[in-house]
Design a protein around this ligand. Structure first.
Ligand code: GDP
Ligand code: MG
Ligand code: K
Length: 298
């Protein structure tokens, strides 16, 4: 990793249907698997992670800013505004085809109290004549001082690499928080890892526990099925420990997997296929990639 590696948190805001989900999916290069739609209590939920050799962008799902019609609505707007103060950058996505709307005005009014820099991202440029684009951008610019203005088409991918480049430039220097192949993160990752570790501890003796770590390599719904695929690796420090963990003809590992899977299914309310591996990694405690993943607590 270069020493000037950049990383940080980016909130994507905008009216419904401006293309937020489309942009997110395009940037991470695949559909972001939604593992659970249980209501979130956290203000910022990680939605997608983009990684390249220059930096890592963590996109957050912050509560939307809509004109409040109630006390609860007011509280939600307040929460959303506070959340926007905690990120490194805000992408305000607007719809070139629909043009300026009252929803945009409301968001801009609220951005005025927020210290985080804001990019205006004008989406759906594939639907408008270039001559109409500049007056629209001017209109937004008169209302707010955006750090950058980036016209894109999230659907066709026009100018999205420029957008990524500008985002990374704006982020502070920082570490890679997530492994490069990870595009989503959910608290479930952590819980699932802990469940596996718990079963290992319950089914083995003292020589195993302290040297065991569990990494969830992949967790996603199988296309078109109500089945969650989870691929996990249990790391031990010595080959002898690996042998113990696997057991005679794989019996122990099978037992660990079965117990963990049954509990996960109850917890997450979905059928699960658990693909469980054991690997030896001497000194995993010093391995940067693993530490990053183990160190994560939401
Ligand atoms: P969200 O509500 O902001 O998440 O918006 P979505 O991502 O769900 O997009 C709403 C609609 O706009 C969908 O029908 C998308 O296919 C469409 N859309 C998104 N981005 C573009 C774009 O760049 N060009 C065009 N033509 N349509 C887009
Ligand atoms: Mg959406
Ligand atoms: K601001």
């Amino acid at each position: 990793m270069p020493s000037d590696y950049r990383s940080g948190f980016v909130a994507l805001i905008g009216r419904p249907n401006v293309g937020k989900s489309t942009l997110m999916n395009h940037i991470v290069g695949q559909k972001v698997a939604i593992i659970s739609d249980k209501p979130q209590t956290t203000r910022n939920k990680i939605r997608a992670v983009y990684t390249d050799e220059r930096g890592q962008i963590i996109f957050l799902d912050t509560p939307g800013i809509h004109k409040p019609h109630s006390k609860l609505g007011e509280w939600l707007v307040k929460t959303a505004k506070d959340a926007l103060d905690e990120v490194d950058l805000i992408l305000f996505l607007v719809d070139a085809e629909q043009g300026f709307g009252p929803g945009d005005r409301f968001i801009i009014e609220n951005l005025k109290g927020v210290k985080t820099p804001v990019f205006l991202v004008v989406n759906k440029i594939d639907q408008v004549h270039p001559d109409d684009l500049l007056p629209l951008i001017d209109h937004y610019r008169k209302l707010y001082s955006f750090k950058e203005v980036v016209p894109i088409s999230a659907l066709q991918g026009n100018n999205t690499s420029t957008l990524i480049q500008l985002i990374i430039k704006e982020l502070p220097e920082g570490p890679r928080y997530y492994p490069p192949d990870q595009v989503t993160d959910h608290p479930e990752h952590f819980i699932v890892g802990e469940l596996i570790r718990e079963k290992v501890l319950q089914l083995t003796r003292e020589e195993i526990p302290h040297s065991v770590a569990v990494v969830i390599e992949e967790m996603k719904m199988r296309e078109g099925q109500d089945l969650l695929d989870i691929r996990a690796t249990i790391y031990t420090e010595r080959p002898s420990q690996k042998g113990i963990l696997i057991g005679k003809k794989g019996a122990l590992l099978k037992e660990v997997g079965q117990r963990a899977r049954e509990e996960m299914e109850r917890l997450l309310g979905t059928r699960i296929f658990l693909d469980l591996w054991v690997k030896v990694k001497k000194d995993w405690r010093n391995e940067e990639m693993l530490l990053r993943q183990f160190g994560y607590r939401n």
